[in-house]
Design a protein around this ligand. Structure first.
Ligand code: MOS
Length: 747
């Protein structure tokens, strides 16, 4: 069935979330809300030191309190898997994954050293303060700038490493001979995901070695595989159920240590246990890595970019080589014959960084899109015009054509909506009241991916349809778009369709990440529904004196719960009647969908955006307000403009946070992020957000996925911080290359 086959009443239309009612009434259950009789509560004790050894861990006082069931430490925990490979989840980078309560070694500040389990949460929280630890402290290394000289290129042989493309042309030679150059260094601090829902696991002891696991996760399959590998359990004994998630942004891709601790306590005590991390403890695992970037590039007077060198040095932990894709975007969005992209890592005494909303893209784009903006002033060429003159028709990194790329339209439509033509190119040229007004722009890009996913579709004689896949809805609207696709595939109302997600008993789905779920789960659901359509026609043909006897699928429609002849819609039969005639209680079909492997080899597939930002800067106070953003998005087919718009707004807000607020501040003397709370780690609040306009550019794409979808969400943050930084320059004439752009940097 082609994409157009299900463009119908619902798909492509703005629809409210089908799970909205459940969410606002509290009926939607999150990991820490599941319960069981006799549920125990665990509280994690964290290390205040970043490096060294535990020399003494005294739990006597804690264990003496009535109501305390156990205090787990590295000294009394059960045995778990020994090999590193057993701890490596679906998206683990190369190395030795962190193991909580493994031994006496401390490798980062905030590392869990004990889990107190008690009859009540309050008791566990109190008793956690009675666990007495002494340490042999070593000096930690967490100052990226101080140790950048130790940067190394991670081995490309291991999977999970994303090396930059090979150099093309002669960038160093051309740069050396160039008169018109921009050479600059950019800084991205560590950032934390800060989802509203903290990480939590509730593990129910079902008896006989079986457990039901409710985990905050972006993929129940990843959680299940981690548990079976680490604890040596059978798949059938580990049922993972996680129907809702209060925001992930990547923090729920890898199993976090509270999952390990909760399962461990449950298995050892043979009782149900819940562990919820505190907001402070949400700053004790993966984060967007602190990154230093250097950009050198040259251009001719007419704006043609002649050579680019872009290097990133990012932190990783001492135990894993985490690598994002930071510099590749530069080679993707700008056409250039001489390009050298480089990416190195530095080991710090911190937890391994983690994917965080469009990992690497907004970081790399902040640097290069800022550098392009600098060049536009040097040359006196409008920033959009400069980008158009260097428009990359193909993916020059891989030497492949795009499945679709409507970025030119995004520049045009975004500029029109924003009023870009009215921009005075001169910095500091616009003042309103006591504020300088600035306009800036930047380009964003992100992967358009599809991953192999399975789904089922079950039709019952009452005309109700249930579609299901193990995938998550991390808040993006997955329940809603799958319901729309299924309803249209079988000509039903959305109310007649139930979508089930987040359960390992459902057909396989990979993690919900990388903005690939709409394309992947959506195609799988559609494929399963198409099998139901074929089955319905087949059974209808067997009915006595059937009008469908010699009819093929493309001669029928599935409308309002009936199979009808396309050229004579008056002739038809209700699904219930077809099933009754064949004595069927249900029609249940399962199908998988994956990207065409041929397209994978011959084409590149990305989403793009053109971001336009207006800022107002009070120079006396150093304050910046983002008063207007227009984000023109090229993401193929949009299944639901309402939830899609919400995704982009969320991404833009994240981008405003990246530009102006977010920064995990490290005290390198003790190797600890100090602002581990919402009072001191700033994220945008309502007062920081003003006008955000989203445009979806028409971009037909029949290669990325069978349903024409390229994916959304992460593209919303891409390029946003760069556009804001460029607007700040236009307003003030000051180029801030260190994020975030805080008051002190403008005074
Ligand atoms: Mo995303 S950072 O793949 O959840």
């Amino acid at each position: 069935m082609s994409a157009s086959a299900t463009t119908g009443l619902h798909t492509g239309q703005p629809r409210s979330r089908v799970d909205g009612h459940a969410k606002v009434t509290g009926a939607a259950k999150y990991a820490a809300e599941f319960t069981a009789s006799g549920l125990l509560h665990g509280v994690v004790v964290s290390s205040p030191i970043a490096k060294g050894r535990i020399t003494k861990l005294d739990i006597t006082a804690a264990m003496a309190v009535p109501g305390v069931v156990e205090v787990f430490t590295h000294q009394n925990r059960m045995r778990t898997a020994w090999r590193n490979a057993k701890f490596q989840d679906e998206v683990a980078p190369p190395g030795a994954p962190f193991r909580a309560l493994y031994d006496d070694k401390i490798v980062y500040s905030g590392q869990p050293i004990a889990l107190v389990v008690a009859e009540t949460f309050e008791l566990a929280r109190y008793v956690a303060t009675l666990v007495h630890a002494e340490y042999d402290i070593e000096a930690p290394s967490t100052d990226l700038r101080a140790v950048r000289g130790s940067a190394y290129v991670p081995s490309k042989k291991r999977s999970g490493i994303n090396p930059p493309p090979k150099p093309r042309g002669d960038a160093p030679g051309v740069l050396a001979d160039s008169q018109i150059r921009v050479d600059a260094e950019y800084y991205q601090p560590a950032e934390y995901h800060n989802p509203m829902e903290p990480h939590a696991s509730t593990v129910i002891w079902e008896g006989g070695g079986k457990i039901t696991v409710h985990d905050k996760t972006q993929g129940v399959g990843n959680t299940q595989a981690y548990i079976t590998n680490v604890f040596g359990l059978k798949k059938d004994d580990v049922h993972v159920v996680a129907p809702y998630m209060g925001g992930g942004f990547g923090s729920g891709l890898r199993p976090q240590y509270q999952l390990y601790l909760t399962v461990l306590a449950t298995l050892q005590l043979e009782r149900s246990v819940r562990v919820v991390l505190t907001r402070d403890q949400m700053f004790t695992f993966g984060h967007r890595p602190e990154t230093i970037q250097t950009v050198s590039f040259s251009a001719r007077q007419d704006g043609t970019v002649t050579a680019i060198r872009h290097e990133a040095i990012a932190e990783t932990s001492t135990f894993e080589d985490y690598q994002e894709v930071v510099v590749n975007w530069t080679g993707l969005t700008t056409s250039c014959e001489n390009v050298e992209l480089d990416y190195k890592l530095v080991q710090l005494d911190r937890y391994t960084p983690a994917d965080m909303r469009a990992p690497g893209a907004p970081t790399g784009q902040f640097a290069f899109e800022s550098a392009l903006d600098e060049m536009s002033y040097k040359l006196g060429i409008d920033p959009i015009e400069l980008r158009l003159r260097n428009y990359a028709e193909t993916d020059e990194n891989q030497g492949l054509p795009h499945t679709s790329k409507a970025l030119r339209d995004a520049y045009r439509l975004g500029a029109e909506k924003f009023g870009w033509a009215g921009r005075n190119p001169q910095p500091r040229s616009t003042c309103e009241g006591h504020e300088l007004v600035g306009w800036g722009t930047a380009t964003g890009a992100w992967d358009a991916q599809m991953q192999k996913t399975s789904a089922s579709a079950t039709l019952t004689p009452d005309g109700k349809l249930t579609v299901a896949t193990a995938s998550a809805d991390i808040g993006t609207g997955t329940y809603t778009i799958l319901t729309q696709l299924a309803a249209d595939a079988l000509g039903l109302s959305m109310e007649a369709v139930t979508t089930k997600l987040g359960d390992t008993d459902l057909p396989f789905s990979p993690l919900e990440g990388g903005s690939w779920t709409a394309a992947s789960a959506g195609s799988a659901v559609q494929a399963a529904c198409c099998k139901v359509r074929s089955a319905l026609l087949g059974f209808a043909q067997e009915m006595p004196s059937s009008p469908f006897k010699d009819v093929t699928l493309d001669q029928v429609d599935f409308k309002e719960g009936r199979l009808v002849l396309r050229n004579n819609p008056g002739i038809g039969v209700a699904y219930g009647d077809i099933m009754q005639a064949s004595g069927l209680e249900q029609i249940h079909m399962e199908e998988s969908a994956a990207r065409d492997p041929a397209v994978q080899k011959t084409h590149a597939s990305y989403t793009h955006s053109a971001v336009f930002a207006e800022v107002r800067v009070d120079e006396e106070l150093g304050t910046v307000r983002v008063t207007r953003i227009v984000n023109a998005i090229c993401a193929g087919r949009i299944l639901n403009p309402k939830t899609a718009r919400s995704q982009i707004i969320g991404g833009v807000v994240f981008g405003i946070g990246m530009a102006l607020h977010e920064e995990a501040l490290d005290d390198s003397k003790i190797g600890r992020f100090m602002n581990h709370n919402f009072a001191e780690y700033h994220i945008p609040v309502n007062a920081d957000i003003q006008d955000i306009e989203v445009i979806f550019v028409d971009e037909p794409d029949d290669m990325t996925s069978p349903i024409g979808v390229k994916g959304l969400g992460e593209i919303g943050i891409c390029g946003t911080a760069a556009a804001i930084a460029n607007a700040v320059y236009h307003a003030t004439g000051r180029r801030v290359r260190d994020l975030p752009i805080t008051i002190d940097k403008l005074l």
